[in-house]
Design a protein around this ligand. Structure first.
Ligand code: AMP
Length: 581
């Protein structure tokens, strides 16, 4: 086990979560709520108020809220006061256009300041904001805009021409398109955002906002199905605040960098809201992954806390760069990861390369915020997702169509969460039935399988839909992938079940080799042999195919469903979030 406390924190900084067990016992959401301000005059709770306005006139007013790094590496800063002013202007723009509470404002753009200003402004105006990945093609854009009843879309000239213009006659509800980089209005529908912003007032009076008022919409297809619109409320800000404090361990003066795009829930909850609500400086990089660029951002921006994903970590692991030798990273005190299982190898690589283990945490679009995590003061068991956030009740259960039975022994089962955490999604858009199916009484079914060990740590097994049934065993792909990845030649692996008349499903691995290794039958047998030693013959892969890369979602999740469909020659289903690399 790795004890991060020795290396992780400079002696001057005491982690916010000092004693996990103590906090679990004393935790109370009401106490945490006291750290938020609430709208003046007891008019409710509004995410954007907590993220900007409450700081705009106080001691953080001149602190950099958002530092934007352009593709060309120049930067532009926005203080808390400026971000407040600009987002208020945007809220006024929406009000002038007649946008009402609960109506949808979508954004389709890269990580440029207008995206962040639009998000905060829409939240101030109590509209529902939905950020879309700029890389979506016209059809996924259409599906989401129409499903989400978009009234306003904020985008850029190029994206509009390429992806939206052709859809206009199919989107009768879409009333306005605001172009972030157009100086003049095209017609009454296609408007110049800079011009509207110039004409709008700075001062905006946030209307009363109930914590249950809808705020954010995130489409998720997970790794398995068609996109669903998960709806989140303003009250979720309590979760963003609390997890920022205890998991990301924000301290005054911190510089934080979340590498996720707001098109994925992580890029909204933690790439915008949590850092601002905690009053730290939030780095936004417009560019996509680039190892040298990323390391130098960590160095130049003096990043204290870095939140990234296993897909990026694995890419860094494949390179010959030794970050500690090449870059001055003495500010960095915490690295967290989310989105996919973080293999033990990666946790230990972090320890070797940065002098600290990478701390994995688990959550999903529907949970709105981090649910299970490794904390800076807790011993890390490499490969484990950690323990539930104080205030969050997680469990392992056996689940049938009608009921749910909690399992107490350390056995694999469904990962479930007790209703009641503040950022729980409040519905799938236009799909009440589907929403209901996610619950059994007071418990929310995450759709993931996991194990809880005797020390209370949770271990990811796999998506319930990805589980392989082979010779009477239930095999989680993560377990097999982890064993395969321990082989020196393997950079990445994905495992599926392939129908087999004798054993139900046969475990098949797709393997990406590290640079310097060549695919061969011998290497195939060697990797299978290694996995057999580790897992036993029933669970180890029986087939291996070497591939150049694995299909992944834009947020870096391996699309095992797609690998399986391709292997079996079946329809590929929804691939709108497929990363085109
Ligand atoms: P999304 O809603 O797109 O963020 O996907 C959520 C899903 O990603 C979860 O239900 C898990 O299957 C997976 N996931 C997220 N974080 C982790 C993690 N730390 N370990 C394993 N799986 C994860």
């Amino acid at each position: 086990m790795v004890n991060p406390t020795a290396t992780l924190l400079t002696p001057l900084i005491t982690p916010n979560l000092n004693d996990y067990e103590f906090l679990c016992h004393s935790f109370n959401w009401k106490n945490e709520q006291n750290f938020l301000t609430g709208l003046p005059g007891h008019k409710g709770l509004n995410i954007a108020y907590e993220a900007t306005e409450r700081y705009a006139a106080g001691k953080l007013k001149d602190t950099i809220a958002l530092r934007w790094i352009k593709k060309d590496r120049t930067t532009k800063d926005f203080t808390y006061q400026e971000l407040h002013r600009l987002s208020s202007r945007f809220a006024n723009v929406l009000t002038t256009l007649g946008v009402k509470k609960g109506e949808s404002v979508f954004a389709l753009m890269g990580r440029i300041p207008e995206l962040y200003i639009a998000m905060l402004g829409a939240l101030k105006a109590t509209a529902v904001f939905c950020p879309l990945y700029a890389v979506f093609g016209p059809e996924p854009v259409y599906q989401r805009l129409s499903k989400g009843d978009a009234k306003v879309l904020v985008t850029t000239k190029a994206l509009f021409e390429k992806k939206v213009n052709q859809l206009l006659n199919r989107l009768p509800f879409l009333q306005y398109i605001l172009l972030a980089d157009e100086e003049s209005h095209t017609n009454q529908k296609i408007l110049s955002l800079p011009r509207l912003m110039e004409e709008a007032y700075d001062g905006f009076f946030i209307p009363p906002t109930d914590p249950e008022d809808p705020a954010l919409l995130h489409f998720t297809s997970g790794t398995t199905g068609m996109p669903k619109g998960a709806l989140h409320v303003h009250g979720a800000v309590l979760m963003h605040y609390t997890t920022g404090k205890y998991v990301l361990d924000f301290h005054e003066g911190d510089v934080f960098w979340c590498t996720a795009d707001p098109g994925w829930v992580t890029g909204t909850s933690y790439g915008v809201i949590a850092p601002l609500v905690n009053g730290v400086t939030n780095i936004v990089d417009e560019e996509e992954f680039d190892a040298a660029r990323w390391y130098s951002i960590l160095e130049e921006q003096k990043v204290d806390v870095w939140y990234t994903a296993p897909t990026a970590i694995r890419r860094l692991m494949r390179m010959d760069i030794l970050p500690k030798e090449r870059y001055k990273l003495d500010h960095l005190r915490l690295i967290c990861s989310v989105g996919e299982p973080l293999h033990a190898e990666a946790v230990l690589w972090g320890e070797k390369m940065f002098g600290m283990p990478i701390l994995d945490n688990w959550w999903q679009t529907e949970t709105g915020g981090i649910m299970i995590a490794n904390y800076p003061t807790m011993k890390v068991k490499p490969g484990s997702m950690g323990k539930p956030l104080p205030g969050v009740e997680a469990a392992i259960a056996e689940v049938t169509d009608a009921e749910l039975k909690l399992i107490t022994e350390p056995k694999q089962g469904h990962l479930v969460l007790k209703k009641g955490w503040p950022s729980m999604f409040r519905g799938y858009l236009h799909d009440e039935e589907r929403y209901k199916k996610c619950f059994r009484g007071d418990w929310y079914l995450t759709g993931d399988l996991a194990k809880k060990d005797e020390d209370g740590y949770y271990w990811f097994v796999g998506r319930a839909d990805d589980i392989i049934k082979t010779s009477g065993h239930m095999v989680g792909p993560f377990e097999v992938e982890s064993a395969v990845m321990e082989h020196a030649a393997v950079a990445e692996a994905a495992v599926i079940g392939k129908p087999d008349p004798m054993i139900g499903e046969l475990v098949k691995a797709f393997v990406v080799l590290k640079t310097g290794f060549t695919a061969s039958e011998e290497l195939q047998l060697e990797i299978i042999g290694h996995a057999r030693k580790k897992l036993g013959p029933a669970v180890a892969p029986k087939e291996i195919t070497f591939v150049e890369g694995l299909p992944k979602t834009k947020s870096g999740k391996i699309l095992r469903r797609l690998l399986k469909a391709r292997e079996l020659g079946l329809p590929e289903g929804d691939i709108s979030t497929l990363e085109q690399s």
